[in-house]
Design a protein around this ligand. Sequence first.
Ligand SMILES: *Cc1c(COP(=O)(O)O)cnc(C)c1O
Length: 390
Amino acid sequence: MSVAFQDFHAPYLELKDEFDSAYRRFMESGWFVLGKEVSSFEDEYASYCEAEYCVGVANGLDALHLALRAMDIGAGDEVIVPSNTYIATWLAVSQAGAIPVPVEPDMATYNLNPALIEQAVTPRTKAILAVNLYGQPCDYDALLAIVRKHGIRLAIDNAQAHGARYNGRRVGGIADIECHSFYPSKNLGAYGEAGAVTTNDPVLADRIRVLRNYGSRVRYHNEVPGYNSRLDELQAAFLRVKLRHLDEWNGRRDVIAQRYLSAIRSSSSDFSSPDSGCSSKIQNPKSNIILPFVPSWANPVWHLFVIRHVQRDALQKHLAEHGIQTIIHYPIPPHLSGAYSNPKSNIQHPTLRIAEQLANEVLSLPIGPHMKEDQATEVIAALSSFQAII
Ligand SMILES: *Cc1c(COP(=O)(O)O)cnc(C)c1O
């Protein structure tokens, strides 16, 4: 492949001295679990997110699961989730013993459509677990209005949008609780597994702190049945290095994204995009690439640059033939996956047409802080040669 989807080696090459000295500091400290690196990262990430508290945990799925447990969500409760997310969002709800209730996304932003939520709320609904999908914040104000009206909670799966802003405000400190994954491919990625929860609520922060460490705050005094889900000290040390560069690296993602947006939009009259959140102006739907739509209140961080095309599989094949690696996020919506399609999973699915359509049409182009300008040019050229042949 001449354009790889993501370059995992480049961050080390760029910051080798900083990573190496973090590693040495860790080795020489002789302290491996819940030490200074974790507590410093928690302080630094909370302040980055403009949130009061950050609690480091083992991974993003645990961040979601522990957040739900901390809000006392369990057996018999319902949690509203997007129909078009990575399955972890749903699995966290199931792990807590509750029922994920899918709601379809807005077709322009791919984030939860607030207008469809209220019809899914029942007396058992305890929370909305929204996702900042592909690096773009969901419509926080609309979601907060709904949770306040119904006296329920708003939790956010922020695995994909570290550093994004909603109306100028950083995500992470806006909802009741926000959950982050630092899986290596994320914008703030560790060199292994890591996650965190951020919140302004001291009670929730305290509960997560206890839950992640066997239900104890004092060793061998186990107040509640907890978990072992501690953020690793070495990963925290590496994350502290990357956090200092996150804004700059998100900025480089934005340069690539702007390049894609303007070049794909203008390279051919066949290209078009929803400029007002509506994609109905398509003249020739067969040859149309639908670009990401950014609402006025969003500053996305381009975790992924996701386009849509009705002949997605042919487009992906064409790009592969031109040496361009793409990925589909995600090919199977959770409700059609083996984990939830089994009648024993006890979940009643309404028709989730939008999630199914997106699964058939989305395609993620290469993007990242270490992608070179000429690689973006190659991607753009390969996209227009596809337009020419179909
Ligand atoms: C990556 C991701 C997760 C899970 O994170 P892990 O650290 O792999 O457990 C959850 N939700 C979304 C939307 C993700 O992209």
